[in-house]
Design a protein around this ligand. Structure first.
Ligand code: PGA
Length: 255
């Protein structure tokens, strides 16, 4: 299966930005700019913005996602949000295992795996983030790190479930730093991820998975990154908060 047959997906990861009112405004600005996109367009927004975002994008080609979820259906988990809550509010996607969750909130491959399994069981599509630290790249263990994350984060995920999984390769050193991986670096690791998926499942299953690059992707470098055969889309932080920049990346992915 070649790249043209995989779903290109551009997803905004708003992180802890925008109130519900601001979310409505930003999505209102994005909507007309991406209306004829030839790729999937997603905005992953803070929990409290979800209802407003779903309402603001009703009847459009923009899909809404959350930025995390818990694995239990309900219970004594103060501050957490369940997959059922996300489904009911109209979220279709959920970012899991983002490096900021791993770095600042103690997320581990085990909890990423639990969340991934729960999201899939609830009918949400997880965007599972993997990526190496700068120190790990310098020590030449990028492939070991990625292989371990892919294996553990997708532990017990069936081949059927894999069809609903999106992988985001986000080198931690490139996130929010303005330091983008070169297109060749991004391609190298995205291809490696696909090879790992082929090992864990099979080549056909691996060829069908959308693998995004994330880390300072913007309107200036999107063309080159998305031109790579194993880079099927982008998970966009900073640039997703500016309608014109986000729309330009969507346009690059639509080619
Ligand atoms: P950035 O963030 O585009 O601001 O680097 C990407 C991400 O964290 O998903």
């Amino acid at each position: 299966m070649d790249k043209a047959k995989r779903k290109a997906i551009i997803a905004g990861n708003w992180k802890m930005n925008k109130t519900p009112k601001e979310a409505t405004e930003l999505l209102g600005a994005i909507k007309p700019l991406v209306a004829d996109a030839d790729c999937e367009v997603i905005a992953c927004v803070p929990y409290v913005d979800l209802a407003a975002a779903v309402e603001a994008t009703a009847g459009t080609n923009i899909k809404i996602g959350a930025e995390n979820c818990h694995w239990a259906e309900s219970g004594a988990f103060t501050g957490e949000i369940s997959t059922g809550m996300l489904k009911e509010v109209g979220a279709e996607y959920v970012v899991l295992g983002h490096s900021e969750r791993r770095q600042y909130f103690g997320e581990t491959d085990e909890t990423v795996n639990k969340r991934t399994k729960a999201a899939l069981a609830a009918g949400l599509k997880p965007i599972v983030c993997v990526g190496e630290l700068l120190w790990e790249r310098e020590c030449n263990i990028t492939e070991e790190v990625i292989a371990r994350q892919i294996k553990l984060d997708l532990w017990d995920v069936t081949e059927e479930e894999l069809k609903n999984v999106v992988i985001a390769y986000e080198p931690v050193w490139a996130i929010g730093t303005g330091k983008t991986a070169t297109a060749d670096q991004a391609e190298e690791v995205c291809a490696f991820i696909r090879a790992q998926l082929a090992k864990l499942y099979n080549q056909d299953a691996a060829d069908a998975v959308t693998i995004q690059y994330g880390g300072s992707m913007n309107d200036g470098n999107a063309d080159e990154l998305l031109g790579k055969v194993n880079v099927d889309g982008g998970l966009i932080g900073g640039a997703s908060l500016v309608a014109e920049k986000f729309a330009a990346i969507v346009k690059a992915a639509s080619k």
